[in-house]
Design a protein around this ligand. Structure first.
Ligand SMILES: C[S@@+](CC[C@H](N)C(=O)[O-])C[C@H]1O[C@@H](n2cnc3c(N)ncnc32)[C@H](O)[C@@H]1O
Ligand code: SF4
Ligand code: SF4
Length: 398
């Protein structure tokens, strides 16, 4: 039976535990703070709660992918079981990791539990010795995980956290990933959790964005999944996606700022519009309300879903739908999730101002979108096959 849904949030970013084997100084989940982690472990959602609130509740918002994060998600004793049950409910799983415990045995275990559908997302900030400055881990460990994934035919992905620390090495890191055909996501450094203390040291400026970050990001279609500022013509997206959107936020594919097309939850069940706003922007707890009810009753979610309410230059910009400006950085800079993106160098007069980078963005977007559509088809078929393989294990089929 297909449910009629009011909202389509395809991906949940779920920091399912704050426990971690590392203590990266800028950790946004505060996993380097022992007392906070100990407190959180007492209140962390358990297996049954996750089944009820996420696997069953997710159907009401058309969820199809769960990104398991943390902390180090695989430290949860039920991590493999969760991936397995998620698969039985028809979800794809992406597992983020620092790589240290992601050995051959663990990869094979996750691969089997997901019916060969899992994606492993490894954190790498610099493809050189500078990685240890912000990651509490040598880059070689992450690289070994990527190699193992290739050997074991497990899909892989890389998360690059961008800040003052890797402005110089960003180009070589992204080129290295492109040379190996590895898709990546950029995570902008955010003053969340333990990151708060590094606001001045690691937070990038408009000038850094214009001179170092954006020229690298716009070159690589494998990373077009999400970044801002994103100068994609609204007409091109409209044509390609046939107008697919969640209220006003473009989808199929999601691009620019992902607020309004994904959502995030912390270990204790608090929900936010984005992973990097967790703890600071709390729209409700799944122990009190379903995911659908949280979205429906939260003023923050309702504003984020309506990009016509964007403020400042984002509000008068041609790209307000296809880019939307980073809502998290806007929140940390201005205290309002609808404020203008503080790191955008584009100065639109009004909605007729076209950015000089639009043509290049349109061209790269088309390459990204065709690859993404082909990959989505395969993933969707594999997800269905894996669900059929495991669905009989559920008490009541979803
Ligand atoms: C919190 S970690 C959890 C998953 C796993 N333990 C790892 O380190 O990859 C998820 C991602 O958030 C990034 N991250 C950590 N602190 C951050 C911050 N202050 N701002 C932005 N991203 C951050 C990490 O680099 C990592 O790529
Ligand atoms: S960034 Fe990841 S590896 Fe580092 S302390 Fe946080 S959760 Fe652990
Ligand atoms: S002004 Fe805002 S919406 Fe326009 S490109 Fe810049 S960040 Fe994106």
């Amino acid at each position: 039976m297909t449910l009629a849904v009011k909202y389509t949030f395809k991906t949940l970013f779920f920091e399912a535990t704050r426990e971690c084997n590392f203590a990266c100084p800028m950790c946004m989940a505060s996993s380097n703070n022992k007392e906070l982690v100990a407190e959180s472990l007492k209140r962390q959602l358990n297996t049954e709660e996750i089944e009820e609130y996420v696997f069953k509740g997710g159907k009401e918002i058309a969820l199809d992918t769960i990104t398991w994060s943390g902390g180090e998600f695989i430290l949860r004793p039920d991590a493999t079981e969760l991936v397995h049950r998620a698969t039985a409910y028809g979800y794809s799983s992406i597992v983020t990791t620092n790589g240290a415990y992601m050995d051959r045995e663990k990869l094979l275990e996750l691969k089997k539990a997901s019916g060969n559908t899992v994606v492993i997302a490894v954190g790498i900030n610099s493809i050189d010795e500078k990685n240890v400055e912000t990651r509490d881990i040598d880059c070689d460990v992450a690289l070994q995980v990527l190699e193992l994934c290739e050997e074991l035919e497990v899909r892989r992905n890389v998360v690059v956290t961008v800040g003052k620390h890797n402005l110089e090495s960003l180009g070589s890191t992204l080129q290295w990933l492109e040379d190996r055909n590895i898709p990546f996501n950029r995570s902008p450094f955010t003053p969340r959790g333990s990151g708060t203390a590094f606001r001045e040291e690691l937070g990038f400026t408009v000038d850094d964005m214009e001179r170092y970050i954006h020229p690298e990001l716009r070159k690589h279609p494998l990373g077009y999944i999400s970044y801002t500022p994103f100068f994609l013509s609204p007409e091109v997206h409209e044509r390609y996606s046939k107008g697919s959107k969640n209220v006003t936020v473009p989808q199929s594919p999601s691009i620019g700022c992902w607020c309004g097309t994904w959502l995030a939850m912390n270990a204790e069940g608090d929900v936010a519009p984005c992973a990097i706003m967790l703890d600071d922007v709390n729209c409700g707890n799944v122990r009190d309300k379903s995911l659908h009810e949280i979205i429906d009753s939260s003023e923050t979610f309702q504003r984020i879903l309506d990009r016509n309410q964007l403020q400042g230059k984002c509000g008068r910009c041609r790209y307000k739908f296809t880019c939307g400006g980073c809502r998290a950085l806007a929140y940390y800079a201005h205290g309002d999730v609808m404020a203008e993106d503080p790191n955008c160098f584009f100065e639109p007069e009004d909605e007729t101002t076209v950015c000089e980078h639009e043509e290049e963005t349109n061209r790269m977007f088309k390459r990204f979108a065709f690859m993404q559509r082909a990959a989505d088809k395969v993933i969707s078929l594999e997800r269905d096959r894996a669900r059929r393989q495991f669905a009989h294990e559920l008490d009541d089929e979803s």
